[in-house]
Ligand binder design. Structure first.
Ligand SMILES: Nc1ncnc2c1ncn2[C@@H]1O[C@H](COP(=O)(O)OP(=O)(O)OP(=O)(O)O)[C@@H](O)[C@H]1O
Length: 320
């Protein structure tokens, strides 16, 4: 379900870095997103998604690297209404109604969408005249979404947009987002839900520890992360030698029992038997995407940290 890409960049991040004290929140991130793409920024808590989004929006300054949005500075894109965002916990005024928020934001834009259309798209028509202080968390989230849509932006940036929504609210939200994207607009959303990335994005940028661990179409990321696990008893094999076998992404050894995460389990089993003919009790199991994602993003995952500039996912490149 690729969007209508024109090949022209909506934005590019080059060598971005941002530290907070000793924490490297963003540590060498390079991404280029074409117009019309719907991109999920996926990663566990603390991976650096929100910081990357703040840098993209020009809300924070990078320590190193460059952000270009439609060829210019992020602030210019925001001021011209070309880029709009829905950030986590963006504040609403308690005593103002949902409709008044929309009116206020529309008044700051040169080419806003009609108010009725904004409210219908965001699903706030039914409670448009209620004060925001009286709305549920999910309803408030929709008001924030309406405010992001108001200026009819070419690039919509959403930080965990469904955090406060129930199941029905999520479904409606994603339908609205896809409709918006179908008109050739670019959407970037941060999430830590693999299923949301899988279902609603054309492309997934997987972050871990401030770096990009994988970047590509979901099918390719899936192929790279959802491999197989080969287990075997391998007397006297060093862990490093097992990890270096063809087709093996990571190796773990407990006593003589080896557990090899494989991008290519056929290559791995041939390599294992060639190098360690005494290997026995061999068993190969498929890993679900959810498990693979957890493994990839957990702290003890064995992936290397030097794949930050990978713009595609190669089974041997992203996971070693
Ligand atoms: N203002 C700040 N001061 C200090 N540390 C910060 C600040 N903002 C972020 N960090 C740290 O930077 C790292 C990346 O945080 P960030 O919020 O970008 O991650 P995230 O992927 O968006 O996580 P989440 O899903 O929880 O929002 C974390 O270790 C976080 O604690």
């Amino acid at each position: 379900m690729m969007g209508a890409t024109t090949g022209e960049a909506a934005f590019s991040l080059r060598g971005l870095a941002k530290r907070f004290g000793d924490v490297r929140a963003v540590d060498g991130v390079s991404v280029e997103v074409s117009r019309g793409e719907v991109v999920a920024l996926l990663g566990p808590n603390g991976a650096g998604k929100s910081t990357t989004i703040d840098l993209l929006l020009g809300l924070a300054r990078p320590d190193a690297g460059e952000v270009r949005v439609f060829g210019g500075e992020p602030r210019a894109a925001v001021e011209h209404g070309r880029m709009a965002a829905m950030v986590q916990n963006g504040s609403l005024l308690r005593d103002m109604t949902a409709a008044e928020h929309v009116t206020l934001v529309r008044s700051t834009h040169q080419r806003p969408l009609p108010a009725d259309e904004i409210m219908a798209r965001a699903g706030i028509t039914d409670f448009a005249n209620r004060r925001c202080g009286k709305l549920s968390g999910g309803q408030q989230q929709r008001v924030r979404y309406a405010m992001a849509l108001a200026g009819n932006p070419d690039l919509l940036v959403l930080d965990e947009p469904t955090a406060a929504l129930d199941v029905e609210g999520r479904r409606e939200f994603w339908a609205s987002m896809r409709e918006f994207a179908a008109s050739g607009r670019t959407v970037v959303f941060a999430t830590h839900y693999l299923a949301e990335a899988e279902d609603y994005a054309d492309r997934v940028v997987l972050m871990r520890h401030g770096r990009i661990a994988a970047d590509g179409p979901i099918a390719r990321v899936r192929a790279a992360v959802a491999g197989r696990v080969l287990r075997a008893v391998v007397p006297g094999a060093p862990e490093a030698a097992l990890a270096a076998l063809p087709g093996v992404s990571t190796a773990r050894l407990r006593g003589d029992r080896a557990e090899l995460a494989c991008a290519d389990s056929d290559a791995a089993i041939r390599g294992l038997l060639a190098a360690f003919p005494l290997a026995s009790d061999i068993e190969i199991t498929a890993v679900g995407l959810e498990d693979a994602f957890l493994a990839l993003t957990s702290d003890n995952a064995g992936i290397t940290d030097n794949v930050d500039n990978a713009d595609t996912v190669e089974p041997e490149g992203a996971l070693r």
